[in-house]
Ligand binder design. Structure first.
Ligand code: ADP
Length: 305
């Protein structure tokens, strides 16, 4: 559950500066938005996903829904807000992988707790939350907890907003990067680097990630690639982590295991998926087990899959 956008990726020679000249080399468009990216990524890894979120009543909204259905994601619970435009994210990237993101608000926070189909939520194996209004995020996360559905939350910049504390506390798995981990430790009673009662995956960009559990940590240094566009790397990371954990039944009705060894494979797959996203242009990454295996190459770790 979270944002469902239309992404426009603009390739430039150099990031625009005030009064400077910028040459646009190429432009690509695709469906995007963190919730949709994770759902499509999970679909590529063999999972079945449904997205909760909203689009506008315009042509790009219709395109986004069609694209989700083509990718095997059930868009039947996406709210179409006729009075709004579909949210668009403009990602401006230069050859060195530097990027600038501009987004319009549009329809992507129109979805509210009243639009939530609780039966569908209760029938799911897992809820992954990436955004929404604070009250909606809290209703989704606590609603899932009430019906015994495991929850993960990738709060991004929302980690600094205390209105999201209910959703943060209702999640049994959190995805944050290093900066967000610091903000979480400073602003809440959840400190990824101290023993906590939940599982926290901390992403280190090109240096991989660490999974903190109540019973210790597990780290992986990541994969070396020529990064061209790291937008969407976090979404691909979450899709890989959840895809592996759900496939291997690491996540059960009892919640997330507290033994760090259980996260070795999800972490490996997550890093491989993040690296695939970093070496691919556009925030939407097509993931598959074949691509994950080829990222691992001849490494002995590929035996773990
Ligand atoms: P976020 O986008 O959420 O800030 P990161 O930038 O840390 O997250 O990227 C998420 C994951 O993607 C990383 O943990 C890593 O596995 C992978 N990744 C990101 N950047 C690179 C890179 N330059 N090279 C290889 N892998 C990368």
């Amino acid at each position: 559950a979270g944002h469902i956008n239309w992404d426009v990726t603009i390739h430039v020679d150099e990031l625009p500066e005030r009064d400077g000249e910028t040459r646009i080399e190429r432009l690509e468009q695709s469906g995007g938005g963190s919730a949709a990216n994770v759902a499509v990524g999970l679909g590529g890894l063999g999972g079945r996903s449904i997205v909760f979120g909203s689009v506008g009543g315009d042509e790009s909204g219709a395109l986004v829904l069609r694209e989700l259905a083509n990718a095997g994601v059930d868009p039947g619970h996406v709210l179409v807000d006729a009075g709004e435009a579909t949210s668009v994210t403009y990602v401006i990237v230069d050859g060195g992988g530097e990027l600038l993101m501009l987004a319009n608000e549009g329809a992507n926070e129109s979805f509210s707790a009243a639009d939530l189909d609780r039966d569908t939520l209760a029938a799911a194996d897992h809820l992954h939350l990436t955004g929404q209004q604070p009250a909606t995020a809290a209703a989704l996360a606590t609603g899932a907890a009430e019906v015994g559905v495991t929850r993960s939350f990738d709060p991004g910049r929302r980690v600094r907003d205390r209105e999201y504390d209910a959703a943060l506390h209702a999640a049994d798995l959190l995805f944050v990067n290093d900066r967000e981990a610091d903000a979480l430790a400073a602003g809440t009673d959840i400190d990824p680097r101290a023993p906590t009662d939940r599982v926290i995956a901390v992403k280190h960009g090109g240096s991989g990630a660490t999974v903190h559990t109540p019973h210790g940590d597990v780290s992986h240094p990541g994969f070396e690639v020529d990064a061209v566009d790291t937008a969407g790397a976090g979404d691909a990371f979450a899709a890989g982590f959840l895809g592996a954990a759900l496939r291997d039944s690491a996540i059960t009705g009892d919640g997330f295991p507290h033994d760090p060894r259980e996260y070795q494979v999800p972490l490996l797959v997550a890093n491989a998926c993040g690296a695939i996203a970093a070496e691919t242009v556009t925030a939407r990454t097509d993931l598959s087990w074949d691509r994950v295996r080829s990222m691992m190459g001849e490494s002995p770790e590929s035996d773990l899959l």
